[in-house]
Design a protein around this ligand. Sequence first.
Ligand SMILES: Cc1ncc(COP(=O)(O)O)c(C=O)c1O
Length: 459
Amino acid sequence: MSLKTITEEYREKFISRTPKSAELYRKNVSLTPYGVHSNWRIFDPHPIFMARGKGSRIWDVDGNEYIDYNMAFGALAIGHAHPILVERIRERVENGTVFGFETEYSVKLAEVLLKRFGFEMIRFSSTGLEGTQLAVRLARAATNRPKILKFEGCYHGSHDSLLVGVKPDPLHAGHPKKPRSVPAGPGIPKDIADQVVIAPFNDIYAVEDIMRQHGNDIAAIILEPIPMNMGVVLPKKGFLEGLRKLADEYNSLLIFDEVKTSGKFYRGAQDYFGVKPDIIVVAKALGGGYPFSAVMAKKDLMELIGPRKVAHGGTFNSNPLSVYAAYITVTEILTEQNLAYAQKLSDELAKGYRDVIEDKRVDAHVVNIATSGTVFFTKEEISNWRDFVSKVNWGRWYAWVLGILINGVIPQALGIDEQWTVSIQHTKEDIQKTIEIFDKVLSEIKGRETVPVKVEEAI
Ligand SMILES: Cc1ncc(COP(=O)(O)O)c(C=O)c1O
């Protein structure tokens, strides 16, 4: 019997498989904080440096091949280097990539997206961040109110006005039903954080209370209709409808941040749940792997945007490369039929995981919807941030991730708050192989000690 924890054994294997990544990491930490250009990519013992991707697979700089369920944090619903897109983009690149002018495809894409998601006008940007930033600015301008209500644990991009109550340490985050507005870190002025009112997800009575107190100052309620920055949290029955009603009652706007979900459901989570927001932000997967986001709303709202009106500009907004990639993606590749195929595979993955968990009698459960899901190492339900922080065994989760990685699968985006994405290029064989590896790893972990991980240190 080994005296080491299973986590230590896996870490050693991980390190021995990835020497080139380790070397690049050692160089990069002297060049950029934590050796990565986005805090969400920090990984212990060191991040993996990637070389190339094709279909459902990705290869690291050491030549290790992985079945990839990270899929660029959900930005690759169409999988890596989709052959149709590769060919079309090659032609596009030869004809210029950024003009500072609109192109024919910005018109075509606008028409397609407005029809698909059911709105009247649209504006394009490059990132989810820019999308939610514009949505919030628009809501403040439309209502002439300063405050935004957001949910604890939801993430809407790396900009000051919404970097509040994102992953707070519960010790400093106040009462669970009336959380404090905790800035994500230094550099976000208290005055900005004070403009954000925080509510617990899935607790409509708590939101009602909060709206009674702040409702007349609230420009908008913003949320991920399915929070996918706490693993995967499903909205309870009636919760989204309740928010819609509250927004109407207080003349606030309802913003759905569908940066992730817009590429997982054909017409977004808004259509799946039958709740229509006033403003929707779509991004990630719709760009087919190119930087793209869009804000959509009714005409009267969108027409508030303009010179000396609501500001919105960007050198790379509606650039020909992203717009063309998004057009080809949404019209030819991420079709309703292809998405249904990926959703079915994702269900099969979830079922396989559930069977293994039951068979091994491990304290875990799977939550999945559309093309995404996650394994929570607890039997208890996770319905908001406080559950997420306090109920899950993160030591087990970390051992599981390492164990799967060293067997050639990236089980999900590697943050604790992430989930898997099954792309339209994954196959039944990928799913089968992944379930077999899951079985092997859970057998190894079961009954073994893992290194405890504190959630505050893991994010
Ligand atoms: C729900 C949600 N909104 C917004 C963003 C920000 O998008 P981006 O990273 O493109 O700025 C993310 C990023 O993961 C997200 O998950």
